[in-house]
Design a binder for this molecule. Structure first.
Ligand SMILES: [Zn+2]
Ligand SMILES: [Zn+2]
Length: 391
């Protein structure tokens, strides 16, 4: 199997139709619901949704919103589809109409150019009202106002309203969505290759309706990009014995789990963590999983960082890195239990960061609270506990 590669085209040599760097033909053999799940993985999911002026149901390769307080850590050069800085009124104004001096310094965000002010509450609107010469943000294409952020559309205006109802004050919403949640960004090529990895993993789930030969075009594309690494995927826990795995619990993933809804019994454990799982009750058993969490400081939706994993495992992991067993064995330390005679029986490996322990039989321990007591507090705590041990 050979790729065309004319103009970086990833269709097969001798194909019909136009050249295409991002063809959908490699997963054309899949069912509609599998294709839908892949498409969804390529979309930026709305975090906080409309409240933050975020855009829904668009590809990750779109303009991002960088919160002003995250600007220093954001990899702005990686946002190839542009970015806009969100500033809250109390970050921008010292008093009504009085802009903070930092915003007149060279290189500071320019409201109306590369930044906008977002009003979230009636209080903010009353305390720091938009100056008289400000306009609400709008979009135009060739001089005509448009509602959608279409290619070539130009922004104007300085502020956006996303104000919730409060007391007698009605909700107010004005100005179009400004961009996607920055940690979900991926450029078109990265997003496409991540999709190829996920499609390949879909075809290698237990009881999948597909055969390996159908995934050959996907393999060829990943090989061409230098990222077809089944051995590495085994080491990372995405794959075990050639079949797709959840990287956290290392259980094999059944094809049907990609589409089955979480059971009623599982729902409660997801709901306890509703901060992490949006629309938890509508979650499928298996979802998009990132080995390293999505953050403001890096672009983490990459083909090297995606997998299919259990919704519940995603929730348990939270905003932590999923350490593969191979990494704990290589870089971590053995951990064991010391009995009363001082004999040690080891049962697993702990990460260098002391965040995660794994046993080779599949058990996982995750640190949920970090050390935070002073040496003094620790010794008085231990003294207290020892004094009360025999009571
Ligand atoms: Zn071609
Ligand atoms: Zn799992």
């Amino acid at each position: 199997m050979t790729l065309c590669l004319t103009n970086s085209c990833r269709k097969l040599l001798g194909h019909t139709g136009q050249h295409d760097m991002y063809p959908s033909v490699p997963w054309a053999f899949m069912t509609v619901k599998d294709k839908d799940k892949l498409a969804k993985a390529g979309f930026a999911t709305p975090r906080g949704g409309a409240k933050g002026a975020y855009q829904n149901h668009v590809l990750r390769s779109n303009r991002v919103i960088v919160p002003f307080e995250r600007l220093s850590q954001a990899p702005v050069a990686s946002y190839q589809d542009g970015y806009v800085i969100r500033i809250y009124p109390d970050q921008y104004f010292d008093a009504p109409g009085q802009i903070k001096p930092t915003f007149s310094q060279a290189g500071a965000p320019q409201v109306g150019t590369n930044a906008f002010v977002l009003y979230r509450t009636h209080d903010q609107l009353a305390s720091f009202p938009p100056p008289a010469d400000w306009n609400v943000r709008s979009l135009s294409l060739n001089g005509i106002q448009v509602n959608e952020r279409v290619s070539g559309a130009i922004d104007s205006g300085e502020y956006v309203l996303r104000i919730a109802a409060h007391g007698n004050n009605a909700a107010r919403s004005d100005g179009p969505p400004q961009g996607i949640f920055a940690p979900e960004y991926a450029n078109e090529n990265t997003n496409y290759l991540a999709k190829c990895v996920l499609a390949w993993l879909t075809s290698h789930t237990v009881d999948s309706p597909y055969v390996a030969t159908q995934a050959q075009h996907l393999e060829t594309i990943l090989q061409d990009a230098g990222i077809f690494e089944p051995h590495e995927w085994e080491a990372m826990g995405l794959l075990r014995g050639g079949l797709t795995c959840c990287p956290l619990c290392m259980k094999h993933i059944r094809y049907s789990e990609l589409h089955d809804q979480v059971s009623f019994a599982d729902e409660s454990s997801l709901l306890n963590a509703s901060e992490q799982v949006v629309n938890a009750t509508r979650s499928t058993v298996v979802n998009l999983f990132h080995m390293a969490p999505l953050t403001y400081s890096d672009v983490e939706h990459t083909p090297q960082n995606v997998a299919w994993g259990h919704a519940i495992c995603n929730t348990k992991l939270g905003q932590r890195k999923c350490y593969p067993l191979s990494e704990l064995i290589a870089d971590g330390s053995k951990v064991g239990i010391v009995d009363q005679e001082g004999l040690i029986s080891t049962f697993g490996w702990i990460s260098e960061s002391l965040e995660m322990i794994r046993s080779p039989a599949g058990a996982v321990w995750i640190r949920i609270v970090e050390d935070h007591l002073s040496a003094e507090d620790q010794s008085s705590l231990i003294e207290f506990l020892e004094n009360h041990r025999d009571e």
